[in-house]
Design a binder for this molecule. Structure first.
Ligand SMILES: C[S@@+](CC[C@H](N)C(=O)[O-])C[C@H]1O[C@@H](n2cnc3c(N)ncnc32)[C@H](O)[C@@H]1O
Length: 254
């Protein structure tokens, strides 16, 4: 399953809340240039453009489907098809935003300091990554991948490594005037209950598994996942599931 703007945007309101909190914490003044790395359907770019309305704003993503939505949403901005892992622009920026994207890019020890080098002095790197690899939603996906008839195809699927706050702080501090790191657990109310939890992760964390399976296997995998999610996340009286979602935030100032 490649990235789908339609699937991802099913929960746009909840998914955009963290980027509002992240962008609100950027203290850089007189921002003239900003880029949104992994801009998705443009929801995070829109928040960036609202906050820095006088700046030249660019969005970058490796998914054509996401970029098509972003261009439709924000026709006056520039959007580029590129991979964050290879991104090495000639210019520098006042703000580099990456909301819910760098968890898909490997080798953070090299990546984060490299991004800081693309900042102007006083500029901010603002990053939010899900900190949920040990949450039931991820753990159960790994267990089902390893124990089903599809194990030879997907048991070895691995998300790129993520690290504790202290690692990011130590990698960034030598290159920065200030580094602010914090962690928040959101509790996203999903009125569609357990099926909505599955739809949420179909749009993100389950993709690497599902893309290696045929249609029949995908249906069976999702069925097993739904049953496991039912056990792991209690529903409220009206059927809503309050999905706990820990996220790590970093604002690093060069
Ligand atoms: C979870 S979405 C985040 C979208 C948006 N930034 C937001 O705040 O909701 C992750 C986005 O990162 C993009 N992405 C993943 N890996 C990437 C890479 N290596 N280079 C560029 N974009 C990437 C995906 O295509 C997707 O649009």
């Amino acid at each position: 399953m490649s990235w789908s703007a339609k699937q991802y945007s099913m929960f746009e309101q909840q998914r955009t809340r963290p980027v509002r909190d992240l962008v609100a914490a950027i203290a850089t003044q007189n921002v003239q240039s900003a880029i949104d790395l992994g801009c998705g359907p443009g929801n995070s770019t829109e928040v960036l453009a609202e906050r820095f309305s006088d700046a030249r704003i660019t969005g970058l993503d490796s998914s054509e489907d996401m970029l098509a939505d972003a261009r439709q949403r924000l026709p006056d901005l520039t959007f580029e098809l590129a991979d964050i892992g290879d991104w090495n622009p000639a210019q520098t920026y006042d703000v580099i935003l990456a909301n819910a994207s760098l968890q898909w890019v490997p080798d953070h020890a090299v990546l984060y300091p490299r991004l800081v080098k693309r900042l102007n002095p006083g500029g901010s790197l603002a990053v939010q990554t899900p900190d949920n690899l040990e949450e039931p939603a991820h753990r159960l996906a790994r267990e089902i991948a390893a124990n089903g008839p599809w194990a030879d195809k997907i048991a070895s699927v691995k998300h790129p490594d993520r690290h504790p706050a202290a690692y990011y702080f130590e990698w960034l501090k030598p290159h920065c005037a200030d580094v602010d790191v914090w962690r928040t657990t959101y509790h996203h109310p999903l009125s569609g209950g357990h099926a909505a939890v599955v739809e949420w992760f179909k749009g993100s964390a389950l993709r690497p598994y599902l893309q290696k399976l045929d249609q029949g296997e995908q249906a069976a995998f999702l069925d097993a996942y739904l049953n496991a999610i039912r056990q792991a996340y209690p529903a409220l009286a009206d059927g809503t599931v309050l999905l706990p979602f820990p996220r790590l935030f970093i604002v690093a100032v060069r």
